[in-house]
Design a protein around this ligand. Structure first.
Ligand code: COI
Length: 351
């Protein structure tokens, strides 16, 4: 791939590795490629900088914007590995189809990310739990005002060295059930990583935060079934089996969700991808069968949940221990990602 690289003349100091948090620091460069007249440019790496955008660009008026979340990890042999990049390239392509956008082909998506990681390799933080978070983004850039799809797109990638997503130092999070706002509805954008889904989630997330909760649990349009957490897919351990909402079209098809299902099946755990009714969970809670709840996501990895509440519901979970499924999954997935145990499902790609 003939990719132009312009290196920065003023590299930034690296942030303190123990204070990375999530998405606060950006590396020295970014990758971008443009689509116009039916084809993609071969892409360019430039110093991290503002873009110039037509004020009539379709992303600003009609919300043609999609993103992905991915991570790269440093292994003990000092090589960098990407986690399931093809999955993200293909999910962006599916989302682009739904939003009438042109997605970058898989080769451009992956090679742009790999080259950018090589240029900014010095930003890779050391240690388990730390990684470079990758944010590939696609926006409509053509300027016009009639409502129609853009004919011009920009695909760009920025990198952020990260630690854990939830700033709360105790590892489990509290979740509030949102019963008024809706994140998504069947036939809508809920199963895509459209920026609009996140805009729709912000009001409820703020309200939950105000009451001491890390995130909200979204319900379906009937307000009877659990969907997802917005930054994570959700799993419940009921007895010795695991339930997670099935992909019904309004839930994000999470990459970590798929890995967790694969891992659980490899442990011999029965996983039910099903409609998960609040009433069924309440009954399981009353029968002391609702043993664990946890979220999964690229940013959140596996995050145990300590409490799920609403006006009517108050489920409390015991602290995760050695016997918790969430802990086992976290250890397993992190050690594969960091190259500390064999990549038995072929999830990794060398940068
Ligand atoms: C991710 O986990 O990568 C996400 O996109 C969730 C959130 C940070 C927006």
């Amino acid at each position: 791939m003939s990719l132009r690289i312009t290196r920065t003349s003023s590299p930034q100091p690296l942030p303190p590795a123990d204070q990375l948090g999530f998405g606060q620091y950006f590396t020295d460069h970014l990758f971008f490629a443009d689509f116009a007249n039916g084809s993609w440019t071969s892409g360019e790496i430039i110093p991290y900088q503002n873009f110039q955008l037509d004020p009539a660009a379709s992303v600003l008026h009609y919300g043609q914007a999609l993103f992905e979340g991915m991570k790269a990890f440093k292994h003990p042999n000092h090589e960098m590995y990407l986690f399931r990049p093809k999955f993200n390239a293909e999910r962006m392509q599916k989302g682009a189809e739904r939003l009438s956008m042109q997605a970058p082909p898989t080769d451009l998506f992956i090679e742009g990310i790999r080259e950018l990681l090589k240029v900014d390799a010095r930003w890779m933080p050391e240690g388990v739990g730390k990684s470079i978070y990758i944010r590939p983004t696609l926006i409509g850039t053509e300027g016009f005002l009639g409502v129609r799809p853009s004919n011009h797109f920009r695909f760009f990638v920025i990198l952020s060295p990260v630690g854990q997503y939830y700033s709360n130092s105790s590892k489990a999070v509290k979740i509030f059930i949102e019963e008024e706002d809706l994140r998504a509805a069947p036939g809508g954008l809920g199963n895509t990583k459209a920026a609009a889904n996140y805009a729709a989630s912000l009001r409820a997330a703020l309200k939950a935060k105000h009451h001491g909760y890390a995130q909200v649990l979204w319900l379906d349009t009937s307000r009877r079934f659990v969907e997802e957490v917005g930054t994570m897919n959700i799993f419940f351990r009921v007895g010795d089996e695991v339930w997670t909402p099935r992909l019904n079209g309004s839930i994000l098809e999470g990459g970590t969700r798929a890995c967790v299902i694969q891992l659980l099946k490899s442990y011999g755990v029965i996983v039910h991808e099903r409609d998960v009714a609040l009433a069924d969970l309440q009954q399981a809670y009353e029968n002391r069968q609702l043993k664990e709840a946890f979220g999964t996501g690229t940013a959140a990895v596996i995050t145990p949940i300590e409490e799920i509440s609403s006006q009517k519901i108050a489920w409390k979970f015991t602290e995760p221990s050695e016997n918790s499924i969430s802990q086992k999954l976290f250890k397993d997935i992190s050690s594969i990602q960091h190259g500390l145990s064999p990549d038995r499902f072929s999830w990794l790609m060398k940068v």
